[in-house]
Design a protein around this ligand. Structure first.
Ligand SMILES: Cc1cc2nc3c(=O)[nH]c(=O)nc-3n(C[C@H](O)[C@H](O)[C@H](O)COP(=O)(O)OP(=O)(O)OC[C@H]3O[C@@H](n4cnc5c(N)ncnc54)[C@H](O)[C@@H]3O)c2cc1C
Length: 381
């Protein structure tokens, strides 16, 4: 059957960091691309707002103009160190690499605008509700009744998107998924603007609370826990969030005089480190849809952008060779595994170890006060 007129070469479903990066990576290749998102940008995304150095590296790979443009982009802070608090002890580490904090409302809009400027067709306020494939053509139906068709589909619709569910029969693996909540606070006057903070409490291990600085004495404060644990113990994460603050004298002191701005909101983190389907005949999944969040740090933005760029590279090869077969698409799986696989697996093992032996944190804090061990930890950052 010949393809209908309105068929795109590629539809990217989801315009977060993964989808927008992928769209930018596909520019100037003569491909007919559509980017679709249920939200209208700028839009918020529940997150810690820590932009890892890896994200900046991907911007550099996309082109020096993207990196330069981000450096000039105002609403962000350069973060250089982390302070860890555990019971009454404290450890501070300076980082080797470059990282930022930037509210997702701003960061994602920055990327989305760059993607839209590549000349692709952009559809926002369009929630994809159904995905099907017939005669080598994908059909996407949206809530408003719009129908879009493409030869290739890139699923970038995040942790709860439809693409991973409908194309790869994905179900949430509660043992490798974190439930998380965060709120913004204003008037956080004693937080250093270049320092992120992480608070541990014995009763809450291996979970922790983060306090990340944002411009204007603002902070992103959040807390997460393994979803299997939340279900097993029937926990109310929102209640735990405030209990944690109440039980940590250092955190309470940090937020003294601060005012919560907006609601405490929750969202899930599909962690990486275990094998899931991320590609098939004519499709690839990127970002949270591919379940590649770092199991130790919870960082997912940099990994999402890495996967978006790798998917773009694979898609270009597919169209050059006219091969959209599941076998050829495996090139994406291999590239992603090569780039992130061993790191994600190692961090998953570390997370499991810390969950099984929470006393390890005492060792880390004791080691932190030893000058030689401290230098070793510092080197690893
Ligand atoms: C509480 C919390 C804190 C976090 N903190 C950090 C942090 O500090 N640093 C970090 O690096 N990572 C953090 N993460 C992880 C990070 O948020 C994700 O890894 C990252 O957003 C993944 O990007 P993405 O593009 O894959 O998905 P998303 O950013 O979720 O983007 C997906 C896009 O798809 C759209 N979409 C969804 N469904 C549909 C549909 N049906 N049709 C059309 N469009 C759709 C959405 O509107 C959205 O724009 C955190 C996550 C959570 C939940």
């Amino acid at each position: 059957m010949s393809a209908p007129e309105n068929v795109y070469d590629i539809i990217i479903s989801g315009a977060g960091p993964a989808g927008s990066t992928c769209a930018i990576g596909l520019r100037n290749r003569g491909l007919k691309v559509a980017l679709i998102d249920r939200a209208v940008f700028p839009r918020d995304k529940v997150c810690g707002d820590a932009i890892p150095g890896r994200a900046v590296k991907v911007l550099r790979q996309l082109g020096p103009e993207y990196e330069a443009s981000f450096r000039e982009y105002a609403p962000k802070l350069l973060t250089k160190s982390t302070r860890l608090f555990y019971n009454k002890r404290e450890l501070a580490f300076d980082w080797k690499g470059e990282a930022y904090t930037c509210a997702r409302m701003d960061f994602d809009y920055f990327l989305f605008e760059k993607a839209a400027a590549t000349g692709i067709d952009v559809f926002t306020g369009e929630q994809v509700t159904q995905v099907s494939r017939q005669d080598d053509v994908f059909t996407l139906k949206t809530k408003t009744g719009k129908i879009l068709r493409s030869k290739m589909l890139i699923g970038a619709d995040g942790a709860n998107g439809v693409t991973a569910r409908q194309l790869a029969a994905r179900v949430t693996d509660k043992t490798n998924h974190v439930g998380s909540v965060r709120a913004y606070y204003n008037n956080v006057t004693t937080l250093r603007p270049d320092t992120t903070e992480v608070y541990f409490l014995k009763n809450f291990l291996p979970s922790y609370m983060w306090v990340f600085p944002l411009p204007g004495n603002r902070a992103n404060v959040g807390f997460g826990m393994l979803t299997a644990e939340i279900s097993r113990r029937r926990l109310d994460l929102k209640k735990l969030f405030y209990e944690f603050i109440d039980q940590s004298p250092q955190l309470k002191a940090r937020l003294n005089g601060a005012v919560q701005d907006g609601p405490l909101e929750g969202f899930g983190l599909p962690l990486g480190g275990r094998k899931v389907t991320i590609s098939g005949e004519g499709f690839m999944l990127v970002g949270d849809a591919a379940s590649i969040i770092d199991p130790m740090s919870g960082d997912g933005i940099g990994n999402a952008m890495v996967s978006g760029l790798l998917a773009a590279t694979q898609a270009i090869s597919c169209f050059e060779r006219s091969d959209l077969s599941a076998g050829f698409m495996q090139g994406y799986d291999k590239a992603l595994d090569q780039r992130l696989g061993s790191e994600l697996r190692l961090h998953l093992r570390s997370r499991k170890l810390l969950a099984a032996f929470p006393g390890m944190l005492d060792v880390v804090f004791a080691a932190g006060s030893n000058a030689t061990l401290r230098r070793l930890i510092q080197k690893a950052l």
